[in-house]
Ligand binder design. Structure first.
Ligand code: SF4
Length: 358
């Protein structure tokens, strides 16, 4: 460690916990100080927080919990209801995996989450990070998970120059050095909070950090440069049309996507295939649900998925001869399980896929 005062892991944990006791974030899924949370609450919040911000999850966590108050209630739910309750959180494969996880726990563990990393990781949707977070926070086991916030704190504190994701092993080794029997759940949550509120990606507040005197990046002025990241190749762009067909009574035509694959089981407007290259209009219009005078939007709706960027151009038409299908009146759009990209398209058409759209 360059230019920083070394401290023992015990001293580092002590400073961190003192800071946490004064500055912990009051998040809806956290138990009050000194109390253990319901393991289901930990599982649910950690799965929701994968790839989604705390602010978004905070706005949806309690609604989901009210609908499925226990792992058993979630296991017994219909898949479409789970997807519907997941709206706004994105990355729907997490919802399907969470549902499958609840069913596996009901079947194999009599409804109680197992307490070993191996058994947790054998469940759908639970990887190394989530398993360690559950073990530390719900079961007070001495382990430290490494998420993006914790990776940043540890990379800076120890001056780790290896780019992510290659640095993960090194970071986990530093995290393991902090694993102790002293309040493991609070240590994990303190690190998450430190990364989110003090050791921020930009403008870290080192003056408020309990580890300032022991931090390599602070001593060398390299905090904002760390952690380093391997450059990601640019995502390819796919393009297509989305058909918004309206019946005489105002109802709109939808369809359900196949259960497996991207956005599986969710509702969508009918569309043309999503293809690389420029949008080919005559070929794309051949996929329209009816022959009609389709009006095309000038600008596409753009949505980023993990592996590609999607540009969908809205095509609108009315029909007096509606084909059979799933017709939904505008005031019931909130009953559909709509992915974010479809909500963006409906917004573009002046519709609000929420309960107030009357
Ligand atoms: Fe992060 Fe600054 Fe604290 Fe180091 S001293 S861990 S860079 S906030």
């Amino acid at each position: 460690m360059v230019g920083a005062y070394p401290v023992t892991p015990g001293q580092a944990i002590g400073r961190l916990l003192d800071w946490y006791d004064r500055h912990r974030r009051p998040l809806p899924w956290r138990a009050p100080p000194g109390r253990r949370p319901d393991p289901y609450h930990v599982l649910l919040s950690e799965v929701m927080l994968q790839q989604t911000t705390v602010a978004t999850v905070a706005g949806r966590y309690e609604g989901f919990l009210a609908r499925f108050p226990s792992l058993a209630a979630l296991a017994a739910a219909a898949p479409a209801d789970v997807l519907h309750a997941w709206q706004g959180l994105g990355y729907y494969r997490r919802a399907r995996a969470l549902h499958a996880c609840a069913q596996a726990v009901a079947l194999r563990f009599d409804g109680a989450l197992p307490r070993s990393e191996g058994a947790l990781r054998a469940l759908p949707g639970i990887g190394a990070y989530t398993a360690r977070a559950i073990l530390a926070i719900a079961f007070e086991q001495p382990t430290v998970p490494v998420d993006a916030n914790i990776a940043r704190v540890l990379a800076r504190r120890h001056g780790i120059e290896t780019p992510l994701p290659g640095a993960l092993k090194e970071l986990q080794a530093q995290a393991d050095a902090l694993a102790s029997l002293r309040r493991p759940g609070d240590v994990a949550q303190a690190l998450m909070d430190l990364g989110a509120t003090v050791c921020r990606p930009r403008l870290p507040r080192c003056e408020a950090c309990p580890w300032q005197s022991a931090c390599s990046a602070h001593a060398t002025g390299s905090a904002e440069r760390l952690p380093r990241r391997a450059t990601r190749p640019q995502r390819p762009v796919r393009r297509g049309l989305a058909f918004l067909l309206t019946r005489q009574d105002g109802a709109i035509l939808f369809q359900r996507r196949p259960e497996s694959g991207l956005l599986g089981g969710l509702h969508e407007l009918p569309g043309s295939p999503w293809l690389a290259g420029p949008l080919s209009l005559p070929a794309s219009l051949e996929h329209a649900p009816v022959a009609a005078d389709w009006r095309l939007a000038r600008e596409p709706v753009i949505h980023g998925f993990t592996h590609f960027v999607l540009e969908l151009t809205l095509a609108e038409a009315r029909t007096e001869r509606p084909p059979p299908g799933l017709w939904c009146p505008p005031h019931r759009l909130h009953e559909l399980a709509l992915p974010t990209v479809m909500k963006k398209l409906l917004h573009r058409a002046g519709l609000r896929p929420g309960p107030s759209n009357r």
